[in-house]
Design a protein around this ligand. Structure first.
Ligand SMILES: [Zn+2]
Ligand SMILES: [Zn+2]
Length: 358
């Protein structure tokens, strides 16, 4: 014989209450109404306690911006009273600056009871402002300058494109978690590129990546630019990244031998020794590195056509520009290279060096 619910008289199941009365006295969530949604008029970020919550890339692509903003607001305003509550939002009425929604919560008020749904009418009032990031950006705020130069030459278009891509990707990746992850100014001239970056930390991490990727030199300077509110000195950092004179495809000398740069990245500089006919990788700590010197640009590379290729005889090749014919050792070329094929070489003091195929 079950005890009757002390509220309604139906059979009780928990704490002297029937399921319905238990649910009614133990709500799944707590939410206030009306709520104010303060968002940034430039980027749509939503003000929540402790800062501004940025919208993800995905949500800014879709038309229902407000839906994502309401989600962010509810995320910080709705207090779940039990675990595993599922929330859904339904628009009831939308006026210019006021939105009426029904917030539905699905869950169990007690693990021994079946799940149920609760509906809460919530009024959301929209107001608009400027978030910290947009405020700083529009004011031209920056903590650091990143300067990219190259040793004794200009940056190549390829390098410029790559560097802009790296800076952009790293800034976007930090955007959600760092209020100062933005670039206020990019300038580019014959000497190189300058980036004015909001966050010093972001600037340092971009410099780390570029330094490693291009085996570049790095210099850091601080300049006193004023005082913070507390009277502490405020510095602005300039990080100079100087790319080496050579890039991929260029010619260098290592241990006195002419080499072609095949790759450069975090793990070091990979070269093909044109005399030894073999590839090697070194980093700035290796003893070979100290003998490294720039020799010639990749533009010095010449194109040749194989004109005669007969087993047991020197191979004849013809310079595609000067039509000059020269003979090279047949063993230099791999077996699959036949008459008519194109090969590349470097002429140094009238010596021919066959370049590795690409
Ligand atoms: Zn009851
Ligand atoms: Zn904003």
């Amino acid at each position: 014989m079950k005890v009757p619910c002390y509220q309604c008289g139906k059979p009780a199941v928990l704490d002297g209450l029937c399921a319905k009365c238990y649910d009614e006295t133990h709500p799944l969530i707590e939410v206030k109404t009306p709520l104010t949604l303060l968002s940034c008029k430039r980027c749509g970020s939503v003000k929540i306690p402790g800062g501004w919550k940025k919208l993800s890339d995905m949500s800014t692509d879709t038309g229902d911006l407000w839906l994502h903003q309401v989600d962010i607001l509810l995320d910080s305003e709705v207090k779940p009273l039990v675990r595993n509550v599922e929330l859904t939002v339904e628009e009831e009425k939308r006026l210019d600056r006021v939105l009426h929604i029904t917030l539905s919560a699905l869950g169990k008020s007690h693990e021994d009871l079946p799940p149920h749904i609760e509906h809460y009418p919530v009024e959301i009032r929209f107001s608009y402002g400027t978030c910290d990031t947009c405020g700083m950006m529009s004011g031209g705020y920056y903590e650091s300058t990143l300067q990219i130069r190259a040793d004794g030459r200009s940056l190549t278009d390829e390098e410029e494109d790559d560097i802009v891509r790296i800076v952009t990707e790293m800034t976007v990746a930090q955007y959600g978690s760092d209020d100062k992850a933005f670039v206020t100014k990019i300038s580019s001239d014959k000497y190189g590129m300058d980036f004015q970056i909001g966050s010093e930390q972001l600037c340092r991490s971009i410099a780390d990546v570029l330094e490693a990727q291009y085996l570049a030199q790095r210099k850091q300077n601080y300049k006193l630019v004023g005082q913070e509110k507390g009277g502490k000195d405020k510095f602005r950092t300039t990080i100079l990244i100087r790319l080496p004179r050579f890039g991929v495809g260029d010619f260098v000398r290592v241990l006195g031998n002419p080499c072609q740069v095949v790759a450069m990245n975090k793990s070091g500089l990979t070269c093909f020794d044109l005399v030894q006919r073999q590839q090697f990788t070194m980093n700035s700590k290796s003893s070979k590195w100290r003998t490294l010197e720039y020799m010639a640009s990749k533009d010095e590379r010449r194109e040749f056509m194989v004109t005669t290729r007969v087993y047991g005889q020197p191979t004849q090749i013809m310079d595609s520009k000067t039509f000059e014919i020269r003979e090279i050792q047949e063993t230099l070329l791999s077996k699959d290279i036949e008459t008519g094929a194109t090969v590349y070489g470097l002429i140094l003091d009238d010596d021919f060096f066959l370049l590795p195929s690409e």
